[in-house]
Design a protein around this ligand. Structure first.
Ligand SMILES: NC(=O)c1ccc[n+]([C@@H]2O[C@H](COP(=O)([O-])OP(=O)(O)OC[C@H]3O[C@@H](n4cnc5c(N)ncnc54)[C@H](O)[C@@H]3O)[C@@H](O)[C@H]2O)c1
Ligand SMILES: O=C(O)CC[C@@H](O)C(=O)O
Length: 527
């Protein structure tokens, strides 16, 4: 088996390259390239490991037919076009915890830097001014910290602030009352936070809801003399309004690690008294960079080598322990989806995936994704488990998951049903010996068959002599039958025949099969 190839395109701790090599990947470290250079190179790689400098655009993805995974050594993935990656079936992963402590500590450092004006005092002291009387600070003890965003980083900031004897008021629409109590913070709405906080620190992603969360209007609602820290994302604060608020004294100090446009080589805020900044250094500690580099390499190698999925933003997680257990189910699910896709025509408004018995105890998301991939691959050969759920949504297909823990006739069963113009139709399969996928039902008719390679599907009237006729037709045309499976509703009623063939069925032979007496439907299948 050829080794997966990985490109590390941003400056990253050398442990990442070491881990990739140890886990069976060929790795190249080529940083600082232009987008054009990356476009020329990326076609050779299965994995791309990045920090924040590489922008993974649709143009780069279009030039990357072999790419399977993008790994962000860090949290924010705003430099990756995730919809384009998903559409192309590329998994996007991040390392959501590796730099949280470091970034939280940067926010705390910024709070102190503002409270005691350390950068400016340092600059003037080193300029020989000894400005002993120019820098009257404030204590943080007893002050109220307004936390906007109480996730991983926000909650670490809150615990550090509580240790510094600050009171913490948090605004986060997803923060429950119980979690707020556990964190020791007061849950508040945004206006209350703005009115109460002596310091405000932001820890949300940049979304349509959080963009300009500190807008001109909201800055005007703050307590006069508030100090503001942003170590999350540029765009959360209206920078022009912040400049005016600093000038007017409404805001006594502001510390930004992140800017609306980065790299921020110029800004109206530069040079404003009581404004301090760092060049997106929130995650820049030795510890955090080792953490995220190790994590991203482990996660990406696990995916490329074993199929394990951790911290993916566009695919359900699948641990390396779960992967082997789920693997035969995913093969079964994909085959059932593919069978259904080949047997049905017209628009499909709904697909239901029903797991029963042992299958119902498993993580259903990968099974569902595999059914959809199999189903949609009959319409497009670029479909995989990553983009299938997005494509299904795009095509207006409602996807339902149903679980029945009690086993029926089979100890484990996956059933795929679709809504068609002719009503609900379903196919079902099981695993023999917990390992071998086996079809057990087509459209209400019991039939046991392996779905593999070239196959032929026939619906006919159950009558004597039919099997001989089809055998003769195939034999006369040099087509060898591998396996032969029969099922019927009742004697003399509708019967189905599934044949595995040693070679593809030519179109003219298919036409002759369709013309045989009693044949209602005949088609080629491929798995
Ligand atoms: N400066 C840096 O170098 C650096 C380093 C790491 C992370 N970050 C950034 O810090 C931010 C926070 O990271 P995290 O790991 O804590 O993320 P997280 O997902 O754990 O937490 C984000 C929190 O924001 C909350 N939130 C979402 N929408 C909100 C809204 N409209 N109003 C208020 N709260 C809202 C969420 O409920 C969640 O609790 C991210 O933007 C990340 O990219 C920056
Ligand atoms: O890689 C970096 O230095 C920045 C990381 C940070 O912005 C993140 O979102 O993790």
């Amino acid at each position: 088996m050829t080794k997966p190839r990985v490109l590390i395109s941003d400056k990253m701790d050398p442990n990442a390259a070491k881990i990739f090599a140890e886990r069976g990947c060929d790795v190249d470290v080529i940083t600082g390239e232009t987008p054009e250079q990356l476009i020329a190179r990326i076609g050779d790689y299965d994995g791309l490991a990045i920090r924040s400098s590489t922008r993974v655009t649709k143009e780069i993805l279009d030039a990357a037919p072999n790419l399977k995974v993008i790994g962000r050594a860090g949290i924010g993935v705003d430099n990756v076009d995730i919809p384009a990656a998903s559409a192309q079936g590329v998994v996007v992963m991040n390392t959501p915890f590796g730099n949280s402590i470091t970034t939280a500590e940067h926010a705390i450092a910024m709070i102190f830097a503002l409270a005691r004006q350390i950068p400016e005092a340092n600059a003037q002291t080193q300029a020989g001014l000894w400005p002993k009387n120019g820098f009257m600070g404030v204590e943080v003890t007893g002050k109220t910290l307004g936390l906007i965003g109480a996730g991983n980083i926000g909650s670490i900031v809150a615990s550090r602030a509580l240790g510094l004897k600050m009171k913490v008021v948090a605004f986060d629409p997803f923060l429950t009352e119980e979690r707020a109590i556990e964190m020791g913070v007061e849950k508040a709405d945004l206006d209350t936070l703005l009115a109460k906080a002596d310091f405000i620190t932001l820890h949300t992603p940049l979304t349509d809801q959080t963009r300009n969360i500190l807008s001109r209007e909201n800055l005007a609602k703050t307590k006069k003399g508030v100090r503001i820290v942003n170590c999350a994302r540029g765009g959360l604060i209206d920078e022009a309004a912040l400049k005016d608020a600093l000038d007017s004294g409404q805001v006594a100090g502001a510390a930004l690690d992140v800017f609306q446009t980065e790299p921020a080589k110029e800004s109206p805020l530069f040079g404003t008294p009581n404004f301090i900044c760092t060049p997106h250094l929130g995650a820049s500690t030795t510890e955090a960079q080792v953490n995220v580099a190790l994590q991203v390499a482990e996660q990406m190698a696990d995916y490329l080598v074993n199929g394990g999925v951790t911290n993916a933003l566009n695919m359900p997680s699948l641990s390396a322990e779960e992967a082997p257990k789920l693997k035969p189910y995913m093969a079964l699910a994909e085959n059932l989806g593919s069978l259904m896709g080949q047997l049905t025509t017209g628009t499909i408004p709904r697909i239901s995936i029903h797991t029963e018995g042992a299958a119902a105890e498993l993580n259903a998301k990968p099974i569902v994704a595999a059914v959809l991939a199999g189903f949609l691959r009959t319409q497009s050969d670029t479909v995989n488990m990553v983009n299938a759920p997005f494509l299904a949504k795009e095509r207006g297909i409602e996807v339902r998951e149903v679980k029945t823990e009690k086993a029926g006739d089979y100890h484990t069963l996956v059933r795929v049903s679709v809504k068609t113009d002719a009503g609900e139709r379903s196919v079902a399969g099981t695993l023999f010996g917990n390992a071998s996928p086996r079809l057990v039902e087509i459209f209400g008719i019991g039939i046991e068959a392996d779905l593999d390679g070239h196959m032929m599907y026939i619906v006919n009237e159950d009558a004597p002599g039919f099997i001989g006729r089809i055998g003769t037709l195939l034999g006369e045309n040099g087509i060898n039958i591998g396996t032969f499976h029969l099922g019927r509703r009742e004697a003399g009623g509708e019967a189905i025949l599934l044949l595995s063939l040693d070679s593809a069925l030519p179109a003219d032979v298919l036409e002759k099969a369709k013309a045989l007496p009693g044949v209602k439907r005949a088609m080629r299948l491929a798995f």
